[in-house]
Design a protein. Sequence first.
Length: 137
Amino acid sequence: MASKPTPSPEDRCHDSPLFFEPPARSPAWRPSLKVSLIEPGNYRSEIGRDTVAQVEAAVARNPNSPFQQQMRNMVTAMGSYDNDPEPDSVAAAAVHALFDPNPKMRYLVVPVARQAEVTIRKAIDEVVQLNQRHPFS
């Protein structure tokens, strides 16, 4: 079943092929796609090395930045990055998510409990902020 283009308000007169509406669902249609989110803590990887290199470069390029101290603090905090464990448990979570018949929706994979505490606390703070200024807050 082909999808027909649905133009955005800006492109209604242009009939843009970039916007599509989903095909009509038949009564037999059932979602079979399962999505899992893997949230890794601090593990040794190229992502961490690249992040440190990019922040160091940003510090050098922007000596008068008002965020200079925060950038330096980040580099200092990640200074022991190469001492973090290999991401084997992250890979194990990915394998579980891919091949388990009932994968978890979220995998919080951290090498130390403190990282989980910080992540969960930030998530709770975000939920509290999102639920402000309405009649039931």
